[in-house]
Unconditional design. Sequence first.
Length: 340
Amino acid sequence: MLDAQLEELRRSTLAAFSAAYSLDELEEARIEALGRKGTLAQISKQVGKLSPEERIRIGKLLNSVKEDLETEYEAKKVRFEEANLSDRLSREWIDVTLPANGIRPGKLHPITQLQEEIEELFSSLGFAILYGPEVETEEHNFDALNIPPTHPARDMQDTFWLSDGHLLRTHTSPVQVRGMRQLGAPLRMIAPGRVFRNEEVDASHEHTFYQLEGMMVDRDVSVANLIYFMKTLLSSIFKRDVTVRLRPGYFPFVEPGFELDIRCLICDGAGCAVCKQSGWVELLPCGLVHPNVLRMSGIDPDEWGGFAFGLGLTRLAMMRYGIDDIRQLQAGDLRFLCQF
Ligand code: FA5
């Protein structure tokens, strides 16, 4: 009778294993047949009551049923685990033969590149590099540069005023004042930086742009020194002949004052939106430092003289790289910026 029970257990359990659709179902069938309180354990309890010969015979059968069921259980379990793994692999599939995305290294903005180049040039000529604040006092931006409150020159640079009486600097010239007050004479300095003007934006005018101020204070400084440094600067930047013109210019902080214009390199002087059809671009106003400016910064104008210039760095970048609209430089378009 136990033979029949064991054969039935083998048949029904193998059927249950084969019908199992998941590891859980397989495990359930195993426990029912082979678990501590399962059918096989119940049958084993009765073996002790049999005669010695029967015990041996049924014991062998019991072991063979147990072995068969365990073998089949293990085999099916492995199949489930493999299926599970291949399912995971298919979900997490990647093609390792595809080319990698690659690393796009950062680049310096063309204005920064140009600024660093000019900083290097002037450093090699013994000039200090100074950086002033973008939020300035009225005194540094105007008064100490010989531009008193009622002076019409204030209207030349439309100013962004802050509610506390400070302003966004309209030029880098206030750094001249800071340099003279801090370092005294003799002095050789440049001051690159961002400046702000409440201006109508067009192809050659931005409300936020870059200038690079330069100043030399020493004994016997003349216009010849000024022209030498301007020429050195331009030939180092353009590395070719560029046509320039020097004309009188008015700035209250220099006397005499000049405007150094460059023949427009976008249209080669033929006339375009950048040069406003004139063929020339204002680039480098300059002059000899006004005695009042030296005096207001604690330098005796009877002993010392100086020259100063205020390079339009953003315009210079346009000329250097042939950029025909100033707005492109601050639009943040990587396709444009990565060309430089
Ligand atoms: C000044 O700002 C004087 N501080 C320069 C100076 C310094 C003169 C020392 C004498 C001695 P100006 O306003 O012209 O000057 O500006 C200087 C340069 O900045 C111009 O030649 C031009 O190249 C550039 N620039 C002026 N306005 C703009 C603008 N809106 N957008 C872009 N570049 C500008």
